[in-house]
Design a protein around this ligand. Structure first.
Ligand code: ADP
Length: 174
């Protein structure tokens, strides 16, 4: 199937989705935080923190996997996006790494359906347009060479984010 038909934009709360894996925009400690990270920990329950603590952290641009516990999702893939520092501190490459490494891990665990939040585009300050373009470009590149995951959802928390992702999709595929 064409990568475009395997990627979709959805608006809503990532913690409610029925997918094999959801991605968490974590921080290097993996000990939880605000934003989507806090929401995922609240929804998954305290076992998620216990398993995350045992992992012992994750460098920026990389990804780690845990179980999903009380979530519908079987797995949580924790990736650490870069903090935006103006664009000249390898932020683009690090964010691209988040997507590539998360998708690689997903494939290793036979994940068929996965959902990403807008990693780094909240408290970490990455401009949403630029983050969305990287997310879509990097995911397309991965899906071009891989049958798994079968479906990738980009979860937008606001209508504004949804519009930006839609535009990024048009740019990357046209
Ligand atoms: P970061 O620290 O990587 O910037 P944030 O959690 O602050 O991560 O924000 C990342 C994106 O996730 C933002 O666009 C934010 O609006 C969005 N977000 C926050 N909560 C949720 C949620 N429950 N589901 C999906 N997206 C969410």
């Amino acid at each position: 199937m064409d990568p475009r038909d395997r990627m979709e934009i959805v608006q809503g709360d990532i913690t409610t989705l029925h997918v094999d894996a959801i991605v968490n925009a974590a921080n290097e400690s993996l000990l939880g935080g605000g934003g989507v990270d806090g929401a995922i920990h609240r929804a998954a329950g305290p076992e998620l923190l216990a398993e995350s603590r045992a992992i012992g952290g994750c460098p920026t641009g990389e990804a780690r996997i845990t179980k999903g516990y009380r979530l519908h999702a079987r797995w949580v893939i924790h990736t650490v996006g870069p903090v935006w520092q103006g664009g000249r501190s390898h932020e683009d490459e690090l964010l691209a790494g988040c997507y590539a490494n998360s998708l690689t891990l997903a494939r290793e665990y036979d994940v068929r359906t996965i959902a990403f939040p807008a990693v780094s585009a909240g408290v970490y300050g990455f401009p949403m347009e630029r983050a969305a373009r990287i997310a879509i470009k990097e995911t397309k590149r991965f899906l071009d060479d891989s049958e798994l995951p079968e479906k990738v959802a980009f979860v937008c928390f606001s209508r504004r984010a949804e519009d930006i992702y839609q535009q990024a999709m048009d740019e990357v595929f046209n």
